[in-house]
Design a binder for this molecule. Structure first.
Ligand code: SF4
Length: 684
């Protein structure tokens, strides 16, 4: 019998990667003044979390149906779990997939990963973090030898220049953006590099509205100037970096005029940026999806990290490449092993690691072959190579690119299980079994926020109706499959204790979560791996970071006469993904609507589109109708759609970065046209 968690008046926000502490006062949520991450700051999403819990369309009982055409009928937990276990027993492990989420807590992830990789024997255990963070993971590993954010958020206070590239913290990381504004008041210069004039650009000292897809050109141009003008840190490079000569030869061979022309920036804009860069002693760069979600996402990350390695602006206070995670536990999922490309606790699938992990779990059933990543699971389904897909706390039909293709693929899977706290997902239409999960507020556990800070979410009320925490669901399935001993957890803390013990196996001893405990986490986050690269010892085999020469290969979808626009996508401040929670809260609908398309005034004029018109946005894959917002915050021949539009991915292309397998969400060829009204039709 699982112990019910005690309910608390303090917890941590479950939306973005900042991880703000929240406290309930007079029935209302507020930023916790005593919590070191946010010191009382919060945003509207965080403080309306209780309302979302009340008003969201909750899934409260297990449900099953034989075929997708049938209505769901209520089922008992035992019936539902038995049907899943039966399908797993009858299948081959290679034909089973777990699709997890950065919304799951580390304890949830741990048990799911242990069941999938450790006992069922499938490494097809991947997460929706694949679609937002995997390019950064691969780049960090390639350049500094480890998936490790080498600085803390608070170091923004020590930097002289903050470069925000391909990120919009004013909308996606609101409390962090407040800290950035405060740093600016103290004298830090802020440069925003983004094709759109975002809300973050509004508080910057300089906005560089580069052409979509030219990030590598710009970053290489900066590198070239640094080398040519001898503004690099030669002794740092000589001692701590390798690959310089090859990199230098590649960079110097590039034509600077061509690079600048590719960015679309003026000479003055570039020079202003160079001046700021060269004059700043401490430089932090922060990025998210603008770099990651690309067919060259890894290369874009590397091009940026290269600048830190060239100048030695890394591993010292107020410096470094700060990847911003969008989801609260995108980083924790990576640590536990929630990516199909790692086994557990940052270990790979080599002989030594599988043996260590197998011994720890008491299982000899671990496969040494990497699993299928998020999109690859659906490619397998297209080939009828997937029998069971368990989707937990996420909505792949909504968020994966080229949705028509995803819908066809998922319809081929004989058993789709959806574990979700809310019933109105887009994946629900394709599920055979739906299991009610406890959401934020009804479960406890840890998450790792964007700068390695492990924080503790506490349940503030018991699970509603029949809802259960994800870890309980996976443990119950494990027992159903006969692995009673391995999944006999008494409480969420007992899961954490086991996971903590496992972190001692992490190859470089860096994942030192074993040093903390829940009691401590209630007061302040625990930051794993602190001081790991002190003395500039990187985590590569020889301790030296690696410069990778990359060029812009322009692999994204090209515009054409029929699809002359480039479609960009992104978050808006008060909405979270598909809006199962945030779209249910009235207050959160006031800032920006859920569905609209931003069009530049010149394009709108040429097309005869006025603000507020209903328009059709189409790509080579699909068409949606939405409302036009005419604004010069987007460049000509570009469109912007918010991710709160659930139909967005009918439009997006399904190109993937070859190394990270992260989709190219931010570069789809598209078109926009007015939808004729009855009056215009009559005139014609
Ligand atoms: Fe929550 Fe992020 Fe807002 Fe903080 S900034 S309250 S973590 S959504």
């Amino acid at each position: 019998m699982v112990q019910k968690e005690s309910c608390m008046k303090k917890t941590v926000c479950g939306y973005c990667g900042v991880g703000c502490g929240l406290v309930i006062e007079s029935g209302k949520l507020k930023g916790d003044k005593n919590y070191p991450v946010n010191r009382g700051l919060s945003c509207a999403k965080g403080t309306t979390s209780l309302e979302a819990l009340e008003k969201g369309h909750r899934l409260l009982t297990p449900q099953m149906r034989g075929h997708r055409e049938e209505f769901f009928s209520p089922a008992t937990w035992d019936e539902a779990l038995e049907r899943i276990a039966d399908a797993i027993r009858r299948s081959d492990p290679r034909r089973i997939g777990f699709y997890l989420s950065g919304q799951m807590l580390s304890e949830d992830y741990y048990v799911a990963n242990k069941l999938g990789k450790g006992f069922i024997g499938t490494n097809n255990v991947d997460t929706n973090s694949r679609t937002c963070m995997s390019s950064a993971v691969v780049a960090y590993k390639k350049s500094i030898g480890i998936d490790y954010v080498p600085l803390r958020m608070e170091e923004i206070d020590q930097c002289n220049l903050l470069i925000i590239i391909g990120a919009n913290p004013a909308e996606a990381h609101v409390v962090l953006s407040t800290k950035m504004k405060r740093a600016r008041k103290r004298g830090c210069k802020i440069v925003v590099i983004d094709p759109r004039r975002t809300e973050s650009a509004a508080f910057a000292d300089l906005h560089l509205p580069l052409r979509v897809g030219s990030d590598i050109d710009l970053l290489n141009l900066v590198a070239q100037r640094l080398i040519r003008e001898e503004r690099i840190d030669e002794s740092f490079i000589a001692e701590h970096v390798k690959g310089f000569e090859r990199y230098k030869a590649g960079i110097l061979a590039l034509d600077s005029a061509t690079l600048l022309a590719a960015t679309g920036l003026s000479y003055t804009q570039f020079e202003t940026f160079m001046h700021l860069f060269c004059e700043s002693e401490n430089v932090i760069s922060a990025w998210t999806m603008g770099l990651n979600q690309s067919v060259q996402g890894v290369d874009k990350n590397l091009a940026l990290i290269n600048l830190h390695l060239l100048t030695g602006k890394i591993n010292k206070p107020g410096n470094g490449p700060l990847s911003l995670t969008g989801q609260p536990n995108a980083m924790g999922g990576r640590e536990v092993g929630g990516l199909a490309t790692t086994l557990a606790v940052h270990l790979d699938f080599d002989d030594a690691s599988t043996e260590k992990v197998g011994t720890f779990w008491g299982s000899d059933n671990i496969s040494k072959t990497k699993g299928l990543t998020a999109f690859e699971m659906f490619e397998a389904a297209e080939r009828h190579d997937l029998d069971v897909l368990i989707v937990c706390h996420t909505d792949p039909v909504y968020h994966l690119p080229n949705r028509h293709r995803i819908e066809k693929a998922i319809a081929n899977i004989p058993l789709v299980v959806e574990i979700n706290a809310y019933e109105n997902s887009e994946t629900a239409a394709f599920a055979h079994i739906r299991l009610p999960a406890a959401p934020w507020g009804e479960k406890s556990g840890t998450q790792t926020n964007l700068d390695r800070s492990v924080t503790l979410q506490r349940a503030i009320r018991p699970p509603s109706d029949q809802a259960r925490a994800d870890w309980e669901i996976f443990a119950a399935l494990g027992k159903k499959l006969g692995f009673d001993e391995a999944f006999a957890y008494e409480s969420v803390e007992s899961v954490f204790d086991e996971y903590k013990e496992m972190t001692k196996l992490s190859e470089k001893g860096h994942l030192d979560l074993y040093k903390t405990r829940y009691e401590q986490l209630e007061k302040a986050p625990f930051v794993w791996g602190e001081g790991l690269m002190k003395g500039h010892k990187f985590m590569t085999e020889d301790g030296r970071a690696v410069l990778h020469f990359v060029v812009n290969k322009a692999l994204s979808e090209r515009p054409s006469d029929d699809y002359p626009f480039i479609l960009l996508t992104g978050r808006t401040r008060d909405q979270w993904h598909s809006g199962t929670k945030t779209a249910a809260v009235e207050k959160l609908l006031r800032y920006k609507p859920l569905e609209y398309v931003e069009i530049h005034p010149h394009d709108a004029e040429k097309l005869g589109i006025s603000d507020g018109d209903t328009v059709e946005v189409a790509s080579r894959r699909g068409t949606i109708s939405t409302t036009a917002r005419i604004t010069d915050t987007v460049q000509e021949k570009t469109l912007f759609l918010p991710v709160s539009d659930r139909r967005l991915n009918y439009l997006t292309n399904d190109l993937l970065d070859p190394e990270s397998k992260e989709p190219d969400y931010n570069h789809s060829a598209a078109t926009v046209r007015p939808i004729p009204t009855k009056e215009t039709e009559a005139k014609d």
